[in-house]
Design a protein around this ligand. Structure first.
Ligand SMILES: [Zn+2]
Length: 367
């Protein structure tokens, strides 16, 4: 998930998703406008505003620390975490490794909620200790929210943390990731359904928070389904070697070829083309090209419009179709070079991977 990069800590990029700003403003506004005046009446409006902003910021730091505790356990288990993106409903850690041992996944999953509960206890102690009303109000909010964050995430509903821990236990027991995910995701859907029912109930009785519960439940329900599909896709593609999808015959166009000639010869033939000679190696994706006026087509070479393959991650012949799929997705490409001992053996296209996936999902024996 993309976002604005804030800083780097323990080798992890911390990013802010654009939706965060919206939530931050909404939160600070509702805290200073209703929460604090209701529980701690008699203070001035600027004080409430300051309380709202400071609390929202500290909540943001709490969520960040929750995510960091997942990530630090991951790194301790030698699993690389590239980034943490803080967004609408919390945070997501970008973990690239695929095969995670059940015990590692379990520890990683529970680290976050356990940390939140510990942090909640600290805020609770601060709240219980004598202090200014300002501090009392802020810690009152923060201990509750951290407890909610911890407890909510311990519910065994995939993809919540508790659901991940639950899935890790099931995975360790059944040794079947797909089965484990299916059960844990069902837990996720049941919990999501419960949240929606609660939300609807809240709307009718006016106890508040109804819409929020419905939104959260809907989001969770959607993500639970998506996570299962991802695992199913992975299982199918994991068992297909890239060389089965590799295309060995493809037109190799010369980088010096003029664009006008390219259009004349290849119009409508395909949508991705390899451009290569001894010095240049790249790809042309027709979909992504900007419009080139006719007058310029005679003076534009293919090298000028091709995306060079220099910096991209290629796929080796022995790797799985899933690995190719991930690399295509990560780099947002339509085509990958397939290497055999560092030499170009062929290409694999996103279309070929998806075509095979559809066949397997519909007629394969594995599902
Ligand atoms: Zn978490």
């Amino acid at each position: 998930m993309d976002g604005l990069k804030l800083f780097r800590i323990f080798g992890i990029d911390v990013k802010l998703h654009f939706s965060w700003w919206f939530v931050f403003i909404l939160l600070a506004w509702s805290l200073s406008g209703s929460f604090f005046p209701q529980f701690f009446p008699g203070l001035s409006a600027p004080t409430y505003w300051l309380m709202g902003i400071v609390s929202a910021l500290l909540l943001f730091i709490s969520v960040l620390l929750h995510e960091l505790s997942h990530s630090l356990v991951a790194q301790w288990k030698k699993i690389r975490v590239e980034s943490i993106t803080l967004f609408f409903f919390g945070g997501v850690a970008g973990i690239t490794k695929e095969d995670i041992k059940p015990s590692s996944e379990f520890l990683m999953a529970i680290a976050g909620p356990l940390f939140s509960l510990a942090l909640g206890s600290v805020f609770w102690l601060m709240h219980a200790a004598d202090g200014s009303l300002f501090l009392k109000a802020i810690t009152f909010y923060l201990y509750q929210l951290n407890f909610v964050l911890g407890l909510f995430n311990l519910v065994p509903a995939y993809p919540l943390d508790g659901g991940r821990a639950f899935r890790a236990i099931l995975y360790g027991y059944y040794k079947d990731l797909k089965k484990a995910t299916k059960i844990a995701a069902t837990g996720g859907r049941i919990f999501a359904g419960l949240l929606i029912v609660l939300g609807v109930f809240g709307l009718f009785t006016g106890t508040g928070g109804g819409l929020w519960f419905i939104l959260l439940g809907g989001f969770l329900y959607f993500i639970a389904g998506l996570s299962y599909e991802q695992v199913a896709i992975r299982e199918v593609l994991d068992n297909i070697p890239v060389k089965e999808l590799m295309q060995q015959k493809f037109p190799v166009l010369h980088p010096a070829m003029k664009f006008a000639e390219f259009v004349k010869k290849y119009k409508g033939r395909d949508d991705v083309f390899v451009v290569k000679d001894d010095h240049f190696f790249g790809v042309i994706e027709v979909r992504r090209l900007v419009k080139i006026p006719r007058a310029l087509q005679d003076v534009t070479s293919l090298k000028q419009v091709a995306v060079p393959f220099g910096g991209i991650k290629a796929v080796r012949k022995e790797e799985s179709a899933y690995s190719a799929f991930r690399k295509l997705e990560e780099q947002n490409l339509e085509l990958l070079p397939v290497l055999d001992k560092n030499k170009l053996a062929g290409i694999v296209t996103r279309k070929a991977v998806l075509r095979r996936l559809i066949w397997e999902l519909k007629f394969g024996e594995k599902l």
